[in-house]
Each structure stands twice: as structure tokens, then as C-alpha cells.
Design a protein around this ligand. Structure first.
Ligand code: HEC
Length: 108
């Protein structure tokens, strides 16, 4: 039966996605802030107290308030940033879900 392994692959992809959305509910926003200040603040304004990031880089408040980004699209973006000006930071899954929790706490 050649279709079985394919089905299994689909299921595990779906499970990974579900895991992401589930995880982010329990994600650690404070840890997300730490990661953001360390890895993202060089270019992005990550907190309201921060004076300046790079020019023309969206602030986390803008990203968090944007309708273009829900948790799934943020996770997909952070796993593989497609923007050439955005470095691939090789974040772990739990770092990503913490970051998303932090970003999503902005702009609300
Ligand atoms: C070296 C600079 C740099 C660093 C470090 C950086 N970014 Fe970015 N980021 C950018 C630039 C440049 C853009 C694209 C702005 C544009 O042209 O839309 C961007 C865009 C984004 C976007 C929006 C993508 C889109 O399609 O609009 C997200 C989300 C994001 N960054 C998250 C992060 C997170 C989270 C971190 C830290 C883990 C981070 N970035 C670190 C430069 C950076």
C-alpha cells in the first residue's frame, strides 16, 4: 500500500501545526521578551520604552497589531524568514512560540 506513508507524513505535518498553536497558548511571554531584546532589538523596536531600531523595520507593536499575522503565519515566518533583509536566526520551536506570545501581547 504506497499511500500509507504519505498519509502518515500528512498527519505528522498537521500534528506539528497543531502543536504550534497549542503551545503558544502556554508560551512564556516573559521569555519571549528576553529573546526579543537579545536577538531582535538590534533592528526592531521590540518594547515601548525602546527609542530606536533600524529604519523601515516594523516595530513589534505594528507586527502584533497587524491582521496579516496570526500565530500560524508568524511561526511559519520565524521558522524560515523569507525576507532577505531578515536574518535566519535558527530559533528553536519553543523560542518561536515564546516570541509569538510576546509579539502578540503588543498592539492589543
Ligand atoms: C538584522 C536586522 C533584523 C533582525 C536582527 C531581526 N529582524 Fe525582523 N525584520 C527585519 C527587516 C529588515 C524586516 C522587513 C521589513 C520590510 O521590509 O517589510 C523584518 C521583518 C520582520 C517581520 C515581518 C515580516 C513581514 O513579512 O512583514 C517579523 C514578524 C519579524 N521581522 C520578526 C523578527 C523577530 C521575532 C526577530 C528576533 C528573533 C527579528 N525579526 C530580528 C530585520 C531584522
Amino acid at each position: 500500500m504506497p499511500s500509507k506513508p504519505i498519509l502518515r507524513t500528512c498527519w505528522s505535518a498537521a500534528a506539528t501545526l497543531l502543536e504550534f498553536t497549542g503551545e503558544s497558548a502556554a508560551a512564556d511571554r516573559i521569555n519571549g521578551q528576553r529573546i526579543a531584546e537579545r536577538w531582535c532589538a538590534e533592528c526592531h523596536v521590540v518594547a515601548s520604552g525602546q527609542q530606536q531600531g533600524s529604519d523601515k523595520v516594523p516595530t513589534f507593536a505594528q507586527i502584533g497589531g497587524s491582521k496579516h499575522f496570526d500565530e500560524a503565519s508568524l511561526a511559519a515566518f520565524l521558522m524560515a524568514p523569507y525576507h532577505s533583509r531578515m536574518p535566519n536566526l535558527s530559533l528553536t520551536r519553543s523560542e518561536i512560540s515564546d516570541l509569538i506570545a510576546y509579539i502578540r501581547s503588543h498592539g492589543r
